[in-house]
Design a protein around this ligand. Structure first.
Ligand SMILES: [Zn+2]
Length: 402
């Protein structure tokens, strides 16, 4: 988000970037916070060495973070040359954040500390469709539910991060378009901030999850990785060259909508034959039904496939084959060193993994697949909301990049 193009156009559309435009300082703060978070406790000297910054710059950037309660000094480093130095670590308990994931079936919220460790979780089902005001009311209610259980957390709260599927303008806090929710041009941050009285940021849920993976998960300590999510849809977040890649309009990594099949099944985006129509939960259920079987829920299909139902097993094989071709496309385009496969259906990799890996390797150019390590992250649903909490932590610290 700090490319030259944005700097050139910002004078013509100031509303597109309501927050600070001093991205250089923000980036440095964010980088140092991420270093302290993922590698701390660290001395200022160690932080300077790891970040490639001078020690005076480190001190200048870190001291306000200490003053703001994001970082704290702890213990001393002994045995080094010169006088012992205080160590820096994230002040996990001095501040709190709330992350909210708006999914098609439910709104899930988590209260976290500054390390995005989950302190509590609340869920409200979305049983009456996806009318924006009803869904945002449910999101506000989840925030209130969490605060009701933790009245002392309010004074420590830095804000609310919201993650949801689709094209989200993070700068404007607005959904441009979400196929899964059926929304076009829906304000998210402003109404939620008004309803809760808390600063609120919104972003694409997979981008938020990529920040969580970068900070706490399988993306920790590596220069680049691609996060691919499978489940109700197919999502992708790209963290390359030390930065989350969002693209000029926030649409980078829309792997789920690469065109795979002419005249294929209709997609939530309005096109036909997107990867998502072949590699999602619905695709599996549709294939089983087309083969003469039938399950109402994907969990039933997973259980059946594991119990030897050949139609269900074949459907997961077809899903894996399509996903593998999608991964090959991703590898041929950006040649990542690591792919993290996460999302609700990652834990069914035993059912689709063989077909996926075969197709991935077969369709990858030269060494694009063998250059890449595949890591399965079958963590629970709360990770999505935890990713959303990372959004607001990142913003509060002044980090433009994780
Ligand atoms: Zn599509």
């Amino acid at each position: 988000m700090t490319d030259g193009r944005e700097r050139l156009t910002i004078g013509f559309s100031p509303s597109s970037r309501p927050r600070s435009v001093d991205r250089g300082a923000d980036n440095t703060r964010g980088r140092l916070f991420a270093e302290i978070l993922t590698a701390g406790p660290l001395s200022r000297t160690q932080l300077a060495q790891r970040s490639g910054l001078s020690q005076s710059t480190v001190t200048k950037v870190v001291n306000p973070m200490i003053g703001a309660g994001f970082v704290t000094e702890t213990g001393e480093q002994s045995g080094s040359i010169g006088r012992p130095q205080r160590l820096l670590e994230v002040a996990a308990n001095r501040r709190a954040a709330i992350g909210v994931k708006i999914g098609p079936g439910a709104v899930t919220g988590v209260l976290t500390d500054l390390r995005a460790q989950v302190l509590d979780q609340r869920t409200r089902p979305l049983t009456a469709g996806h009318d924006p005001s009803a869904v945002l009311s449910a999101a506000a209610a989840v925030v209130w539910d969490l605060l009701a259980g933790h009245p002392k957390a309010r004074e420590k709260l830095i804000g609310v991060g919201v993650g949801l599927g689709g094209h989200v303008s993070a700068a404007e806090g607005r959904v441009v378009r979400s196929g899964v929710l059926g929304w076009t041009g829906v304000e998210v941050s402003a109404p939620l901030a008004a309803a809760t009285g808390l600063p609120t940021v919104a972003a694409n849920d997979v981008d938020a999850l990529a920040v969580a993976e970068r900070w706490f998960g399988a993306g920790r300590g590596v220069d680049g990785f691609a996060l691919v999510t499978v489940g109700p849809g197919v999502g992708c977040g790209l963290f390359l060259g030390g930065e989350l890649v969002t693209g000029s309009g926030g649409l980078a990594g829309e792997l789920g909508h690469i065109p795979m099949l002419a005249d294929g099944p209709e997609c939530t985006c309005g096109n036909r034959g997107c990867l998502e129509t072949l590699a999602s939960d619905d695709a599996v259920l549709r294939k089983i039904a087309a083969d003469g079987g039938g399950y109402a829920a994907i969990e039933e299909a997973v259980a059946a496939a594991r119990n030897g139902d050949s139609r269900a097993a074949a459907a997961f094989g077809a899903m894996g084959e399509a996903l593998g071709r999608g991964l090959a496309t991703l590898c041929n385009l950006v040649n990542p060193g690591r792919i993290v496969l996460a999302g609700e259906r990652a834990d069914a990799f035993d059912l689709f993994g063989d077909a996926c890996t075969r197709a991935w390797r077969a369709h990858s150019f030269s060494t694009a697949a063998t250059d890449c390590e595949l890591i399965i992250d079958a963590t629970d649903d709360s990770l999505w909301a935890r990713g959303a909490a990372c959004l607001v932590i990142r913003d509060a610290v002044g980090a433009d990049q994780p």
